[in-house]
Design a protein around this ligand. Structure first.
Ligand SMILES: Nc1ncnc2c1ncn2[C@@H]1O[C@H](COP(=O)(O)OP(=O)(O)OP(=O)(O)O)[C@@H](O)[C@H]1O
Length: 441
């Protein structure tokens, strides 16, 4: 399986080349799938966002071919696929003839370019105009930006279209006077240089953040990206994530692997896990997290993805850490938790203090002759330990100077978590179990 030259799209080719150094097919599979999950390789087919993709495609295409200026905001929650949408549109456009030479791209991110001066430096760097600018001093920001755009004009004074992508767009609105946004939108309105400004943000109220003069220069075009994957689409995304593309060097292996993935995803246990994960979280990032562990476990000794690996990974990510913590506490601490559960049943979730818990615990301990009765300071220590574990917390955040026995507390675990934890608690005394499940003590 040597290094091959692909004639297909550049993105696919890079995926192949990146993995072509290794010899074992399973190592290649693992590396390909891991790169995919970590978004290191270019994204796969998009599922369910065709309309949005078309809109974005047309907009950028118009700038690159007809020199039309545009501005648009891509808005949607985290992980909805905004960046992926852009990447796919750009890679599709990139495959078209002339696109690369015609349209220049500038990628900015609000987390990196924290003020307009840094942003301008980055624009200069990405347009490769550092030498042209040299030691020149500019009177204003707009003069500087205009100089950069003019410098791109070719011999015939024809302006080159520039695509500006502003990720975490809302952060740029916090820059002083919103100078960068003002200038970019201003250029996109005037007919001087064709620019396409694309802001990507997860803030729905982003328009409220813009100053009046900036808002009036923006085209008010918005593309909303929401994760509305149906369960069927979700399964398709999962299959796409796990299947090998036809660019995989070993074609026969890829065919066998893809067949195996198809069968695996038809397994009723895997289907159930996927359905539960989908109901918990429809986000594709959640699905990627679920698949990371099974993929990382692939090795020459363990060359296929198994149902049990997927079930184990699901158990791991669905673990309730609070309930798991309950397994590690002492019997006395467990008794206190049960006492608190009873108190919240009696007082309908009202806060309680240590004295109330102590008296509830004593009522139970005295009733059961076999139970070891602890001294009050010991019980108080156990109570404080529960506080340190954040299973209970003070409702006044420790601000007031009330004696600790009388401080009002609230329970941070749900009664069902307590009942579940008791089922699994190692060697839990029967009386304690009965006390927990009994009606009000
Ligand atoms: N509809 C979809 N089809 C296929 N994959 C998807 C879809 N939506 C999201 N994903 C995947 O989910 C992951 C997160 O998507 P992406 O990074 O594009 O989200 P985002 O909206 O840009 O999030 P953020 O606001 O955090 O930047 C990516 O790996 C992407 O491939």
């Amino acid at each position: 399986m040597g290094r091959r030259k692909s004639t297909k799209s550049p993105s696919k080719e890079s995926e192949e080349l990146e993995i072509a150094g290794d010899e074992s097919p399973i190592a290649l599979v693992q590396m390909t799938l891991r790169q995919r999950l970590s978004q290191f390789s270019s994204p796969l087919a998009i599922t369910g966002l065709e309309k949005e993709k078309k809109q974005l495609y047309n907009l950028i295409h118009r700038t690159s071919t007809t020199g039309e200026s545009n501005s648009v905001l891509v808005i949607g929650p985290r992980g909805a696929g905004k960046s992926m949408l852009l990447k796919i549109v750009l890679s599709e456009l990139g495959a078209e003839k002339d696109f690369k030479q015609n349209l220049l791209q500038v990628h900015l991110n609000g987390l990196l370019q924290t003020d307009d001066r840094i942003a301008l430096k980055e624009i200069t760097r990405q347009l490769q105009l550092e030498n042209t600018v040299g030691d020149r001093v500019f009177g204003s920001f707009s003069e500087n930006l205009q100089f950069l755009l003019d410098a791109l004009k070719s011999g015939g004074q024809k302006s080159k279209p520039v695509l500006f992508i502003l990720d975490e767009f809302d952060l740029f609105a916090h820059h002083r006077n919103q100078t960068l946004l003002y200038n970019l939108f201003d250029i996109s309105q005037s007919a001087q240089t064709p620019v396409c400004v694309i802001g990507v943000t997860c803030r729905l109220d982003v328009m409220e953040l813009l100053e009046k003069r900036v808002k009036s220069r923006f085209s008010h075009r918005q593309i909303h990206v929401f994760n509305a994957l149906s369960y069927k689409d979700y399964c398709t995304v999962c299959r796409n994530l796990l299947s090998l593309s036809d660019q995989f060097p070993d074609k026969t292996f890829a065919k066998t692997w893809n067949h195996h993935i198809k069968e695996l995803l038809q397994d009723s246990v895997v289907e159930e896990v996927l359905f539960r994960q989908y109901n918990l979280n429809k986000d594709v990032r959640g699905l990627q997290t679920l698949l990371v562990q099974p993929i990382c476990q692939l090795s020459p000794v363990n060359p296929i993805l198994t149902t049990s690996a997927i079930v184990d990974a699901f158990k791991l990510i669905a673990t309730d850490s609070k309930a798991a913590m309950l397994h590690g506490i002492s019997i006395l601490e467990l008794c206190l938790i049960i006492a608190m559960k009873h108190l919240s049943d009696i007082y309908e979730g009202e806060p309680f203090n240590f004295e109330m818990v102590y008296s509830e615990y004593m009522k139970f301990a005295k009733r059961k002759s076999g139970m070891q009765i602890f001294e009050k300071p010991v019980v108080l220590k156990a109570f404080e330990h529960l506080m340190a574990l954040e299973l209970i917390k003070t409702i006044d955040n420790g601000g007031t100077r009330i004696q600790k026995e009388y401080r009002l507390m609230s329970l941070l675990i749900h009664p069902t978590q307590i009942t579940d934890a008791l089922q699994k608690y190692p060697n839990c005394p029967t009386e304690v179990k009965q006390w927990a499940t009994s009606a009000l003590a």
